[in-house]
Design a protein around this ligand. Sequence first.
Ligand SMILES: *Cc1c(COP(=O)(O)O)cnc(C)c1O
Length: 495
Amino acid sequence: MAASKDPPQATPPTPAPCRDLDPTDWAEFRRLAHGMLDVMIDHIETIRERPVWQSAPAATRAVFNAPLPRGEGALADVLGTVAAHVTPYATGNTHPRFMGWVHGAGTPVGMVAEMVAAGLNMNCGGRDHIGIEIERQITRWMADAVGYPATASGIFVTGSSMANFLATIVAKTSALGANTRADGVRAAEQQLTAYTSVESHGCVAQAMELAGLGSDQLRRIAVDGAGRIEMIRLEAAIAADRAAGHRPFLVVGTAGSVNTGAIDDLAHLSRLAAREALWFHVDGAFGAMAVLSARLKPLLAGLEASHSIAFDFHKWGHVPYDAGFLLVRDGPAHKAAFASPAAYLARAPRGLAAGETWPNDLGPDLSRGARALKTWMTIATLGADRMGAAIEANCDVAQYLAQRVAATPHLAMKAPVALNIVCFGVAGRHDGAINRDIVMDLHEAGIAAPSWTTIAGETVIRCAIVNHRTTRADIDIVVDAILQRADDWLAARND
Ligand SMILES: *Cc1c(COP(=O)(O)O)cnc(C)c1O
């Protein structure tokens, strides 16, 4: 029959029920979410009882090497996986004996703030909403704290690496004029050159690379015994570049170096920068937050005379990652480096699209989270004085560690303690490999997490005291654990 020759008709697929992505059972969701909040509060409250760090076992790593799930999973199961396979194997920086690198510890209020921020899910690139207003508040607070005028501008970024990069762009645009944004640096008549110390963070050189200026055009100046840029050598380098026909445009000082916590002579740098017509930027990633302490602020004298400052609220401000910040004294110069005339960013006289300067005028990000909210909630809850006192306490604990090392025959200090970073190692002549071994032992034992660095060619143990939970008792535990291993090693060597 003719009908049987018709091609078989595919049965049209039954349309999936149109569903949004919200829970079907809000009561159940509420119960699970409250339970998870309790799990996380317990986690922070009892952090001391757990190892600082433990390596994730293969079974846990395998959980995160699975095919893309096509179907739904129960939230209860997902939360169970998080509790079993995520929370035990985090970085460890919430623990009081995490002393490796310069990591902030976070705070419980910061955790709640992240929840609020996710719930509101504001896009803080621009437009007229409260997230933008809060970012302006943080800018005004920090401008005031460091001694900048009220006309300063500021922007949240991921971290100081990004803030140092943006500062390099602002300095370049300010030196060459806004046309350089279209013309590019090859149109400039002279080679731009910048200056920083050999102890500055690697991201300063990378900023020169990303800006298209070249890291070879960053002159890395030697430091003195305290790790501060040598001013005489800096002046000589600038003079040599001028004599060679180059155009010095930027000097980057460090307030709290990553190796030893050294602070450049910022007042001297600001005078030199003024004389030489250079942009004076300060990488104050963690050190700049010391302005919150009346006792420590004098160490940063000259910071107020800089053109821009990069710093991180996620380090010594303990705002949850990430919360980097760039502050620029000359607000219009900052805007001139980034503002764009794109039609979709056009301003309206009123309504949601109103507003003069939006964060997307001050940096390359268009979509951005509400980093300002968690920063505001942290500062509003704790207060600047208590935060400053926690920073002071870290410096006191660092001094205590230095005293214990100095008083212990088998250990030796390797650098002066400027703020909160203590570099030391096993005493005597050796290549430093034992120091690195001890650090790795301590990590694997879960006792403490110091790091190591290289000072004058030797690998040394580095304890960066950044955690507001670290006490003298923690220092005693760390020193005793290090000493035990140092003693064993020295005894084995003498056999
Ligand atoms: C941490 C640090 C940086 C980099 O900051 P991120 O927030 O990690 O990008 C730059 N400079 C110094 C001195 C630092 O301590």
